[in-house]
Write a protein that binds this ligand. Structure first.
Ligand code: IPD
Ligand code: CA
Ligand code: CA
Ligand code: CA
Length: 276
């Protein structure tokens, strides 16, 4: 079965990372000082891509580190692969990063896997069948409002940035019971599914960051949309707002729309110009 193939593959990739993490490896800068890729990211993606291509030559693969072409259309079976989600954590903290893999079949994500390599925690979801953590079923999310939510959000989004005016998200930070910046989108969504945080907000994620985690959250009754409340697509970068139904509604209604910001008005938010 495809899910056990995926689990075996991800665990093998995890062993590779644990073996290499204390060795010296090359680090390259991609677009900016915080956007790095290591030799290990590339090696893990190659391992995963090679095994998928060997077993399923007709499947398409969308991997972060560019060893595959982006599929032209999201038809047939498409694998979304982030070999190390949280590369900065991998380099600096040697923990709190994940391998994120999702399998989309005919336009719908059917399987999602987020593997916390150093904690040896495998989060898995199958569409319509729920989500598990190391084989144990995860339970339905508790409903939260912003005022009683423990949040995961990068501090970048309350500083001047290209994506959103800081005053839109700062009140959410102020009103919540606490905010943490964990630095690995897939893991933050997996922790949300496991009830370890109550909300996750980011203004910039790619499909390989959220495809698996989104299914995990949805399989425990949560909702994942853009911060403007739009459905999330899998073909480009997007903002991500995730949490229980009431948390997501609270954010959109009382913090985003209340400031006069809607999906249609969002281009007006590109008001701050700075190098990232
Ligand atoms: C990044 C992490 C980070 C998120 C970025 C991602 P990477 O992934 O998930 O938490 O804020 O948007 O690009 O580059 O470490 O795989
Ligand atoms: Ca990256
Ligand atoms: Ca990532
Ligand atoms: Ca990555």
């Amino acid at each position: 079965m495809i899910e056990w193939f995926a689990v075996d593959l991800i665990k093998q990739a995890g062993e590779l990372i644990r073996r290499e993490i204390d060795q010296s490896y090359e680090v390259e800068r991609k677009t900016g000082k915080g956007d790095l890729v290591t030799e290990i990211d590339r090696a893990v993606e190659q391992l995963i891509v090679h095994r998928i291509q060997e077993a399923f030559p007709h499947h398409q693969i969308m991997g972060e580190e560019g060893t595959t072409d982006s599929p032209d259309t999201l038809t047939g079976t498409v694998w979304f692969v982030d070999p190390i989600d949280g590369t900065l954590n991998f380099i600096h903290q040697k923990r709190m990063f994940a391998i994120s893999v999702a399998i989309m079949i005919d336009g719908a994500v059917e399987y999602g896997f987020v593997y916390d390599v150093m904690a040896d925690e495998m989060f898995m979801a199958r569409k319509g069948f729920g989500a598990t953590l190391n084989g144990r079923m995860l339970t339905t999310l508790h409903e939260h409002q912003v005022r009683d939510a423990f949040l995961s959000m990068n501090a970048t989004w309350v500083t001047p940035n290209h994506q959103i005016a800081p005053e839109i998200l700062a009140p959410i930070v102020r009103d919540s019971i606490g905010t943490r910046a964990h630095g690995a989108a897939s893991l933050e969504l997996a922790w949300l599914a496991a009830g370890r945080v109550d909300g996750y907000i980011t203004m910039r994620n790619m499909p390989w960051d959220y495809a698996a985690g989104k299914l995990l959250v949805e399989e425990v009754g949560g909702r994942v949309v853009s911060v403007y409340g739009e459905p999330i697509q899998y073909d480009s970068k997007t903002s991500v707002l995730a949490g229980s139904e009431s948390f997501v509604n609270d954010v959109i209604k009382h913090y985003v729309i209340a400031k006069g910001v809607t999906a249609e008005a969002k281009p007006d938010l590109h008001i701050v110009e700075q190098e990232s």
